[in-house]
Structure formats: structure tokens, C-alpha cells
Design a protein around this ligand. Structure first.
Ligand code: HH2
Length: 288
């Protein structure tokens, strides 16, 4: 299933289809209703051009999604999701055969179609809870999977999120989902975890998760941070337009990198790549 990728070895961390060091994951929403870029890339040609631009700006992975999971959003059908993402993945791979693509879906059939079209990572915001067949699709493909924390469902998750200790509860959830994934045949080395910034969380919950990110990092899996342009940044900075929240986003990227996250799912690839290059040089005395 899918293509065989050139892989780089990260000592002690298995074989992964991306390079060592911080990785920028460029967001490509092939949707009419995503919260910051909805409607911009619904045309497959425009989407493929956007992917190429993000690769040129430093993205190591392109995350292609066909359904918005913003607060209050409605699900789309599996057929519609496949119809949106597959032609885009095919176009990206034709233009850039070396591109590493993740598919942002919780549906096993959509994941399987995307892997067949050339994706090589599954980004599942439900952490394998949304579809009982997802774990076996990922296990059979032998591909990496992103397991994300979410309290509730997108339609209602922001109505009244509650935790006693958000950092501990998110960590415990991710540990148990990783254990479930391994029990169903997913390779330990193929697991990436994500605290799910903005998914059933208040501003304070998001800030606590960023502040105490080391707890999630201590699980021993690569950690992905997905704070790009999200509402909590606007509520701190006062920037109402999501597309203008780039400076606040960069702050989250650098802080999360310093705390041990290594993958950064962002809309503004160049700004975050440059910030990470400087952070990497300071923290690890390494130039790219
Ligand atoms: N956030 C969104 C979607 N997918 N996947 C992971 N792993 N982590 C995230 O934080 C995450 C995600 C929501 O952001 P976006 O894709 O920009 O918007 P929308 O859901 O409206 O398409």
C-alpha cells in the first residue's frame, strides 16, 4: 500500500519518513469551511500549488485534510472526504515525488484511499476512537500515526470543557491510546502523540498544556504541536483574523520546541521554519 519512501534513521527512534530535528508540517485544508483557510484550496490545482510552495518554504510533511474539525463544525461524508483529498494527494506526488504527505482523517476508508494515493502518515484527531477499523489500516500499512487528544466532539467540544489536571489527564489519555495502538499491531516506533490544542480546551487549558508539555514528551514518543492560528492565540493578542495570528503562533512553536516537541503543524511555514532554525541553533548549537 502506498509508496516506499526514502527514510532517515533517528538513533533509538526507529525508521521514520522525515529528517531528524524539528519538522514543519504544512497544513493543506481541502475544505470550504476550515477556520482560517477554508475555501482557498478546494480546487486540486490550487491545493497542489500551495503544497509545492510550503515544501519550498521548508515543510517536511504536508498534512492534507478534507473535513474541518473546527469548533462547531459538521462532519462530511466519507465519499466527499475521499473526493476532496485523493486528487490533491495524487497531484502533489506527481509534481513532487519526494513529498511526505499525511492525511488528516479519522475514517479508515479515507485513510486507506489516501495511503493508496501516496500519503505515508495518518493524522487521526480521534486517536483511533473514531473508526474501529482505523488501527488495522495503520498497522497493515506499517505507517506512522498521529494520536491526538480531544475532549468531546468538534460540534460541541468548546461548550464547557473541564479537567481536574489537564496536563496529567492528556498525558494519561495519550499513554492509553498509544498502548491500544500497539496492542492492535501498530509499531511503537510509528506512534506520534499530540495534546490537541483547542480540542475541548479553554484558553487556560491550552496554556497549561504548553507550559507543562514535558509531561507528554516524557511518554517517549515524538510530540506534534498544533497551535497554528488557533483562537486562544487571538484571545491573548487581540488579533481577531485567524490569518494574522502568525506572530503568536511562532511563540507557541518555539516554546513547544524548547520543551521537546519535534513536529509543528502550521499554516505559515516560512515564519515557523525560520524561527525553528534559530531556536535549534541556540539550543543545540547546530546550523541547518
Ligand atoms: N488541528 C486541526 C486539525 N487537525 N491535527 C492534529 N494532529 N493536531 C491539531 O492540532 C489539529 C489537527 C484544526 O486546525 P485546521 O486544520 O487549521 O482547521 P480546520 O479543522 O477548521 O480545518
Amino acid at each position: 500500500m502506498g509508496r516506499t519512501k526514502a527514510v532517515s534513521k533517528i538513533p533509538g527512534a526507529g525508521t521514520r519518513p522525515w529528517s531528524p530535528g524539528p519538522v514543519v508540517v504544512g497544513i493543506l485544508n481541502v475544505t470550504p469551511d476550515s477556520f482560517s483557510d477554508g475555501g482557498s484550496f478546494i480546487d486540486p490545482e490550487a491545493a497542489a500549488e500551495r503544497a509545492a510552495a510550503m515544501l519550498d518554504e521548508g515543510a517536511g510533511i504536508i498534512d492534507v485534510g478534507g473535513e474541518s474539525t473546527r469548533p462547531g463544525s459538521d462532519p462530511v461524508s466519507r465519499e466527499e472526504e475521499v473526493r476532496r483529498v485523493v486528487p490533491v494527494i495524487e497531484r502533489i506526488i506527481t509534481a513532487r515525488p519526494e513529498a511526505v504527505i499525511s492525511v488528516d482523517t479519522y475514517r479508515s476508508a479515507s485513510a486507506a484511499a489516501a495511503l493508496e494515493a501516496g500519503a505515508s502518515i495518518v493524522n487521526d484527531v480521534s486517536a483511533l476512537r473514531g473508526d474501529p477499523r482505523m488501527a488495522s489500516v495503520v498497522a497493515d500499512a506499517g505507517c506512522p500515526v498521529i494520536l491526538m487528544h480531544m475532549q468531546g466532539e468538534p460540534k460541541t467540544m468548546q461548550s464547557d470543557p473541564r479537567y481536574t489536571d489537564v496536563a496529567r489527564e492528556v498525558k494519561d489519555f495519550l499513554r492509553s491510546r498509544a498502548e491500544h495502538a500497539v496492542a492492535t499491531g501498530v509499531g511503537q516506533e510509528n506512534i506520534i502523540v499530540d495534546p490537541g490544542i483547542g480540542f475541548g480546551k479553554t484558553v487556560e487549558h491550552n496554556l497549561a498544556l504548553l507550559r507543562d508539555l514535558e509531561g507528554v514528551v516524557d511518554l517517549g514518543f515524538p510530540v506534534l504541536m498544533g497551535a497554528s492560528r488557533k483562537r486562544f492565540i487571538g484571545s491573548i493578542t487581540g488579533v481577531q483574523e485567524a490569518v494574522e495570528r502568525v506572530f503568536g503562533t511562532v511563540a507557541t512553536t518555539v516554546l513547544a520546541y524548547e520543551r521537546g516537541a519535534t513536529l509543528f503543524r502550521v499554516h505559515d511555514v516560512r515564519a515557523n521554519s525560520e524561527a525553528l532554525a534559530v531556536a535549534e541553533a541556540v539550543l543545540h548549537a547546530s546550523h541547518r
